[in-house]
Design a protein around this ligand. Structure first.
Ligand SMILES: Nc1ncnc2c1ncn2[C@@H]1O[C@H](COP(=O)(O)OP(=O)(O)OP(=O)(O)O)[C@@H](O)[C@H]1O
Ligand SMILES: Nc1ncnc2c1ncn2[C@@H]1O[C@H](COP(=O)(O)OP(=O)(O)OP(=O)(O)O)[C@@H](O)[C@H]1O
Ligand SMILES: [Mg+2]
Ligand SMILES: [Mg+2]
Lengths: 225, 225
């Protein structure tokens, strides 16, 4: 499904250059549950942004369904992002001027889904993550873990084939985190979705079929469980 | 040192009222290492903001060193915040227009510390949290865990007596998290600092002398270890 070939990401800051990813090779099959582990600053979020078509590599190739994403025009990329990929950001990235409900409806609005249908789906997802009493709140009125759960609900709005979760349980207590993990695993087992999770939580690793270890921008090893 | 008596925090949103804390009673002694646990949305950050003199209770009393903080004028409160308390925020709250180094120097600048002294201290703290290669970066160029470590370094800038850490390791891999925890414990054991940590990480709980469990805005139980 997804293939990274000699992928580099180099940040240019005036005279200084920093390579966040250095020659990464990685294959992820359709329907796989992959965990990505590694120290803080090792390149995990950078890799997730590339996989999620939110950014392009400095060198190397990324193929999604055999298509080279750096050869696609912006409207094709937007189509992939909007329909195929659900992204849970490490820092949530909620829209502060919209309510919780509007935030979760947004991906559906972009897909021009009927407003009532979008609303019902968003309400259902918010109930699933335990936030049905918070749907009209503004993100600034929520706790850290509540914002994380809105981000999780939003990522599932269009029922995407691929879910990219960047540290989805970092702000959650272990009980809520286990519930979310269980739900993600259900999407994998019952609906064949491809799940890629960056995590520091070793409980998540138990659910993964493949564990990728990153260090200083390089893949250290890949384990199959 | 710190005494909460029948503390309530009620948020008013038009017609709707929500009580985030309901009649909290809590005592924390000087030099104690306290862990605060509880589900997402249970009121932990709300309580930390009150303890940190960043907010006032709707009802009840908070005493710090026997002084009722709701009776203090803003300049006294600012003095306490600036000198006595180091706060590590759950969402970091770094200043985006300042460099990493300037962010850590800021609390010292507020205390009118000599610029060169402030700079040396900030550089030392950034080295301690493993970020000496990132001091001139902007927060937007850092990973989640790197931002968390800048927030940690900043909280220690004025060498405060009380450290309030709201989920300080949520974005850190277990090795970096353990290192940070060990360092905080050192400040407690060797320098007699009072450490209050909100956490979901049960490793942190092992270091605590007192564990406070919060649920739906109320203290469920307090354990002594
Ligand atoms: N400004 C606000 N207006 C209305 N409600 C608020 C506001 N701030 C917080 N709340 C509510 O107060 C409750 C407690 O929030 P708090 O941030 O203290 O939770 P928490 O225990 O820190 O949770 P987490 O573990 O998810 O960070 C939440 O239900 C939240 O929605
Ligand atoms: N815009 C940028 N400019 C310069 N350097 C950057 C930029 N974005 C990220 N970096 C650097 O790239 C490295 C990898 O960042 P990344 O966010 O991928 O790490 P991470 O593995 O997700 O870490 P964490 O576990 O702390 O979230 C970091 O050292 C960071 O400082
Ligand atoms: Mg990251
Ligand atoms: Mg909180």
């Amino acid at each position: 499904l997804l293939c990274l070939e000699n992928v580099w990401k180099i940040y240019q800051m005036g005279e200084i250059e920093f390579a966040a990813l250095k020659g990464v090779d990685l294959e992820i099959d359709k329907g796989e549950f992959v965990a990505i582990l590694g120290p803080s600053g090792s390149g995990k979020s950078t890799m997730m942004n590339l996989i999620g078509c939110l950014d392009l590599p400095s060198r190397g190739t990324i193929r999604l369904d055999a298509r080279d994403i750096s050869k696609l025009c912006e409207s094709d990329l937007a189509q992939i992002r909007g329909k195929k990929i659900g992204f849970i950001f490490q820092q949530f990235n909620l829209i502060p001027t919209l309510s919780v409900l509007e935030n979760v409806m947004l991906p559906l609005e972009f897909q021009e889904v009927d407003n009532d249908v979008a609303r019902q789906r968003a309400l259902g997802l918010l109930e699933l993550v335990g936030l049905k009493d918070r749907v009209y709140y503004n993100p600034s009125q929520l706790s850290g873990g509540q914002r994380q759960r809105v981000a999780i609900a939003r990522s599932l709005a269009v029922d995407p084939d691929i879910i990219l979760a960047d540290e989805p349980t970092g702000n959650l207590d272990s009980k809520t985190g286990a519930y979310i993990l269980d739900f993600l695993n259900g999407l994998h087992t019952n609906e064949g979705k491809t799940i890629i999770v960056v995590t520091h939580d070793l409980n998540i690793v138990k659910y993964a079929e493949k564990v990728v270890y990153i260090k200083d921008g390089e893949i250290e090893k890949v384990e199959y469980t």
